[in-house]
Design a protein around this ligand. Structure first.
Ligand SMILES: [Fe+2]
Length: 382
């Protein structure tokens, strides 16, 4: 399966992954053939991408760290918790604990798997789905930092609830599609402290978890908020969530920009290491992310173009590639694959956006020219 933009979706294509609403209802089941009605509906729901089956579908297996079922159930619990706070009711800490335990179990049993999938989100559940992703990514990071189970659970609760203070921020401000004014930004920043104030009412939640809500926008050079803490004055759990929060936000389609590729999001984090982010934490997160996820279309230094078929956790820069065209742009017949890990002089020089990957595969299939598409990219690994 392959992720494509809804703009490129056509009648007859097969949806490869179920798309859920934030209430856990299936909006579009896997295996369903798209038609104009569905495509229009997806656009109306502000869903920008979907996974489709294609000729690689039977061979490309994209591993999942946390099952879709657990992910959707946890999104529901986060939504419920936010709703309880909005209604001035007490939250159910036991539900949150159970949810984190479940995710942790799954993450631990897949700790050798790289994160490949970028989930499809509906616009209205952005905060809830984001909270679950931040929890998963934070736990993977904690495992790479050799945390024990108690630490992982504290980190998991803090990560899942890091934005609970947003329940105290007006909805029109949270969803504002344009740049915030200075005053609006100051109001928005209050969600950190508000989150801390909410969570500290619950003695069964560790004070370290509540500090994740308080400190996840602090930056190690002191440029963050609300208190401008720096370095180790920011608790390590918060330094982790600072990184996973930004990473997952970059990977989401937003009203004002399409999602970043993992490669570009990773570059943003690497640029921020030492100034904004703890470099140890950035390295620990990156240990778990597929830089070139399965299904990415890439160009090699030899001029050849191919599609990533498999990734090795020990050498993420050097995946296994199925050749599409050679340097003269001739289609490569059959199923020739090369393992970059075994070829020290061959490396990836370009990775193409979702949109370009789609067009390249289309042209190769139809025997057209991909020359102009290959030049059309701004994304160059350095
Ligand atoms: Fe936040």
């Amino acid at each position: 399966m392959r992720r494509i933009s809804v703009e490129n979706a056509q009648s007859g294509m097969i949806n490869a992954r179920a798309i859920y609403s934030s209430e856990g209802k299936i909006l579009l089941a896997a295996g369903i053939a798209l038609n104009d009605f569905y495509i229009t509906r997806l656009k109306e729901l502000s869903i920008y991408s979907l996974y489709i089956q294609d000729e690689f579908a039977s061979e490309l297996s994209i591993p999942e760290i946390v099952s879709e079922k657990t992910r959707v159930e946890t999104i529901k619990i986060v939504r419920q918790t936010f709703t309880q706070i909005e209604a001035s009711r007490r939250i159910n800490v036991l539900d949150l604990r159970d949810a984190v335990d479940k995710i942790l179990d799954e993450v631990l049993s897949h700790s050798n798997t790289l994160v490949h999938l970028v989930d499809i989100r509906t616009f209205d559940d952005y905060t809830f789905a984001h909270s679950v992703n931040v929890c998963i990514l934070s736990l993977l990071t904690g495992i790479s930092l050799s945390y024990n189970t108690l630490q992982l659970k504290e980190l998991g609760i803090g990560a899942l609830m890091h934005d609970i203070g947003k329940t105290k921020i007006p909805l029109d401000l949270l969803n504002k599609p344009t740049r915030l004014t200075k005053k609006e930004f100051q109001l928005m920043q209050q969600h950190s402290e508000q989150g801390f104030e909410i969570l500290r009412n619950y003695p069964e939640i560790s004070i370290l978890s509540t500090h994740v809500a308080y400190q996840h926008h602090e930056r190690i050079n002191g440029s963050g908020y609300p208190r401008g803490l720096s370095g180790n004055d920011i608790h390590e759990y918060s330094r982790i969530v600072a990184v996973t929060d930004v990473y997952d936000a970059l990977l989401a389609d937003r009203v004002y920009r399409p999602a970043f590729l993992p490669y570009d999001a990773i570059r943003e984090l690497t640029r921020g290491a030492y100034t904004l982010f703890d470099p140890r934490v950035v390295a620990a997160l990156l240990d778990n992310i597929a830089i070139y996820p399965v299904g990415s279309v890439v160009q090699l230094n030899t001029g050849d173009v191919g599609i990533v078929m498999d990734v090795n956790k020990q050498s993420q820069h050097r995946p296994i590639i199925r050749m599409l065209t050679d340097r003269r742009r001739n289609k490569v017949p059959g199923r020739q694959e090369i393992d970059l890990d075994k070829l020290s002089t061959v490396y990836i020089v370009k990775v193409f956006s979702e949109q370009l990957s789609y067009s390249i595969l289309q042209e190769v299939e139809e025997g057209g020219s991909i020359e102009s598409l290959l030049d059309n990219t701004q994304i160059d690994p350095d």
